[in-house]
Design a protein around this ligand. Structure first.
Ligand SMILES: Nc1ncnc2c1ncn2[C@@H]1O[C@H](COP(=O)(O)OP(=O)(O)OP(=O)(O)O)[C@@H](O)[C@H]1O
Ligand SMILES: [Mg+2]
Length: 308
């Protein structure tokens, strides 16, 4: 069982239209709903890969109930921390060329009681877990300290962890030394307040991410691929040329691949390859992390991995 924690989940609704028109009214061809938020995406990918996944999510209101239903239909086990406000909703409008515009409802206030509710669910969520990922944004600065706290509590039980967030939650989380940290280029650039362009910049960022005893650092570069630092190895992974339908959630698919490899005791390079293959597979369809091994397997040997 792999636990995916998302403190700030979202009901992702997509309206599929033929084209963006400058009209007051546009009829959509189709509507789709997805359990969004990074840990929820990762959990869906893990289930698609044949693994068991549990999520810990903060849920409130009618949209929270909707999200719980969506998670259930994904085959994901849910530990729901009840919160006072409505769970977030986002609406994406996408045309037939996969041009997209996303609109996010404002976050409901996240109170001290809501934080206590999430904290109180954590031990139950951790029951029988082999690996944990802590993913996505923090709902309020007051909740940032939950990131290092949850990483410490998992480590205290010998559970390997992966951290994928940004801003202050990332900074605090790094201090708790997760097993793996995975960030994209702009998240790392914002953390270190410097550009990450050259190979030297990249190596320095990987080193700085690992300060404090983090075993693996992963830096993703969108269509250019990703980098892994582990032990004294620096690896670069390059995806094959693909036509991307929707890259959103590729980082979350990569997290699923890494964790799947990790619990099967694969080498870092094999975990990286599986993570990259899952990430590229994610770009090939609209719904984030709606994947099976049939989508991932053909890509595994197409990932080029070499020294950075
Ligand atoms: N257009 C693309 N073509 C091929 N592979 C891609 C493309 N976009 C992303 N990927 C793969 O997905 C990985 C993660 O992408 P990216 O760096 O965009 O992560 P991210 O910003 O964390 O994504 P998200 O937060 O939406 O999940 C990349 O390392 C790459 O392997
Ligand atoms: Mg990401």
């Amino acid at each position: 069982m792999i636990l995916c924690v998302t403190l700030n989940p979202v009901v992702d609704t997509t309206l599929f239209v033929d084209e963006f028109k400058p009209n007051y009214r546009t009829e959509a061809r189709e509507i789709g709903h997805l359990a969004g938020g990074k840990g929820n995406n990762t959990a869906r990918a893990l289930v698609g890969m044949g693994l068991e996944a549990r999520v810990l999510v903060a849920l409130g209101g009618a949209s929270g109930r909707h999200l719980a239903e969506l998670l259930d239909s994904d085959g994901v086990e849910t530990v729901a921390a009840a919160i006072s406000g409505e769970t977030r909703v986002a609406i994406t409008v996408v045309d037939r060329h996969y041009e997209q515009r996303a609109f996010f409802a404002p976050n409901a206030p996240f109170t001290g009681d809501d934080i206590a509710s999430v904290r109180a669910c954590f031990d139950r969520a951790l029951e029988g877990v082999e690996a944990m990922c802590l993913c996505g944004s923090s709902p309020t600065p007051m909740a940032d300290p939950l990131y290092p706290e949850f990483l410490h509590r998992a480590a205290g039980r010998g559970i390997p962890t992966l951290l994928d967030t940004y801003g202050e939650a990332l900074r605090l989380g790094l201090e708790a030394a997760p097993t793996i940290v995975k960030v994209n280029r702009s998240e790392a650039a914002n953390l270190f307040k410097r550009r990450i362009d050259t190979v030297n910049d990249q190596k320095r960022a990987l080193d700085d991410l690992r300060r404090g005893g983090i075993e693996w650092a992963v830096l993703t570069l969108g269509r250019e691929g990703a980098l892994l630092a582990c032990g004294d190895q620096y690896l670069v992974g390059r995806p094959p040329e693909v036509v991307s339908v929707n890259p959103i959630g590729s980082g979350d698919a990569m997290t699923a691949g890494f964790l799947a490899g990790l619990i099967h005791e694969k080498s870092p390079e094999e975990c990286f390859r599986l993570g990259m293959a899952a990430a590229v597979a994610n770009t090939q369809s609209w719904d984030a992390c709606h994947l099976t091994m049939d989508d991932i397997d053909p890509l595994v040997d197409k990932i080029e991995i070499g020294p950075l």
